[in-house]
Design a protein around this ligand. Structure first.
Ligand SMILES: C[S@@+](CC[C@H](N)C(=O)[O-])C[C@H]1O[C@@H](n2cnc3c(N)ncnc32)[C@H](O)[C@@H]1O
Length: 397
């Protein structure tokens, strides 16, 4: 892959000679060419900026040196070939792993590092007449110049090129590759005494049971993503259950516990009556037990117009089983397909390696039994003293 970078601080790009990217250059996998924008000026002071039209603070980068620099980059390529020009800028499209992957598939990228208040807008028009141009932002903050952004983007793109990273498998299991953050990682020693505190590696990782390890890692990925980046989790806006406005499905947080408890009591009171029992665990849930359960289950809450109207949760139980629980819909909204919709969402969240979806309901909960059977579940067990049945269905993806 060829990379051209134009900057008024070419030395800023020196780290591209180091580490894996430096080695990729030496191995011929990357052809990196850094150009000094000032080489394309023609005055004694090598001027690249001037005051903004319309007034305002700061300076703007002049169009002529930029146009000349970009034309010279294009002219240095094979006849007919043009680079994809990336212009770093806080007003650009967000730089993501998906964008890095798509850029990694291109043969030639060029980067234009702005400084000051940015580059005269006519340079974008000049460039767009010659090559594809994308303005790309590293994040919602402002840097002094594009060079740091280019270093980050080049590293993220180049490490995806075949041969740049020794173990290609390590690329697949990383954060953002499938929309989730990575699970926590550990190395030796298995038990580390940290100034008097013993810190053990989670025992499942020492078990040698690959299915259990994969299930644990998936649960950790969901939990970590829910805690740190809930915005990454699927919201399925297009699959909104009918008749509900402004629906949002997201992982439950401690802030949801109060309403979740109220909804749980309202839903399971009905189940208790149908099954003529008070021995329904959901009826005995308290604020603290509910809060604690958020650490043990992947619990989801459905809000409509701000109101909490539904919930469902799942967890790995036994090798290959994804246990679905506490599927509840506000009593006044039942019978509209919201429960079926929630069931489908929690089934989608079953981790890799799941072979069976399992759930329990009251033996006399006729509405629930009808819904689960319609969704493909069959009764696989009964607990007569408690009055519950276990249902399961194979998961086919
Ligand atoms: C001080 S910034 C200019 C900010 C510009 N006036 C604005 O408000 O959008 C100077 C240069 O830093 C780079 N830059 C700043 N923040 C960036 C970000 N979040 N992502 C990518 N590049 C950024 C761009 O090259 C930009 O031209």
């Amino acid at each position: 892959m060829r990379l051209d970078v134009v900057s008024i601080f070419p030395d800023y790009l020196a780290p591209l000679d180091l580490s894996l990217i430096g080695r990729a250059r030496r191995d011929g996998l990357l052809d990196v060419r850094v150009h000094d924008l000032r080489d394309f000026t023609h005055d004694r002071h090598r001027t690249v900026d001037d005051t903004p039209y319309g007034g305002g603070a700061g300076m703007v980068m002049k169009p002529e040196p930029w146009a000349e620099a970009l034309d010279s980059v294009v002219a240095s390529g094979d006849s007919g070939a043009v680079p994809h020009l990336i212009v770093p800028g806080p007003g650009g499209v967000p730089f993501t792993q998906a964008l890095a992957r798509s850029l990694a598939a291109e043969p030639w990228l060029a980067f234009a590092c702005g400084r000051y208040e940015g580059i005269d807008e006519r340079v974008y028009e000049h460039a767009a007449a010659r090559m594809p141009v994308t303005v790309v932002s590293l994040g919602d903050y402002v840097l002094n110049g594009g060079e740091v952004a280019v270093l980050a983007m080049v590293e993220a793109v180049a490490r995806l090129l075949p041969g740049v990273i020794g173990n290609a498998e390590s690329l697949v299991e990383e954060s953002h590759e499938d929309g989730l953050l990575e699970y926590p990682v550990y190395t030796k020693p298995a038990s580390w005494t940290d100034g008097g505190v013993v810190r053990d590696v989670p025992s499942v990782l020492l078990s040698g049971d690959h299915g259990a390890i994969a299930a644990w890692r998936h649960t950790q990925r969901l939990a970590r993503t829910a805690a740190r980046r809930p915005d990454l989790l699927p919201v399925s806006g297009a699959l909104t259950p009918e008749g509900l406005a402004e629906v949002e499905l997201r992982p439950a947080t401690p802030g949801d516990v109060g309403e979740l408890l109220t909804l749980t009591h309202a839903c399971w009171l009905k189940e208790g009556i149908a099954n003529e029992t008070l021995r329904v665990p959901a009826m005995h849930e308290t604020v603290s037990s509910m809060a604690a359960s958020l650490g043990e289950w992947q619990t989801w809450v459905l809000r409509s117009g701000g109101r909490l109207v539904g919930t469902v949760r799942g967890r790995v139980a036994g090798e290959g089983d994804w246990y679905v629980g506490r599927l509840g819909v506000a009593p006044d909204l039942q019978g509209r397909g919201v429960g079926r919709w929630l069931l489908a969402r929690i089934e989608e969240l079953a981790p890799e390696g799941t072979r069976r979806l399992v759930l329990t309901t009251g033996a006399k909960s006729e509405g629930n039994l009808r819904m689960y059977k319609k969704a493909g579940y069959r009764i696989v067990g009964r607990d007569d003293p408690v009055g519950t049945v276990e249902l399961a269905k194979p998961l086919r993806r």
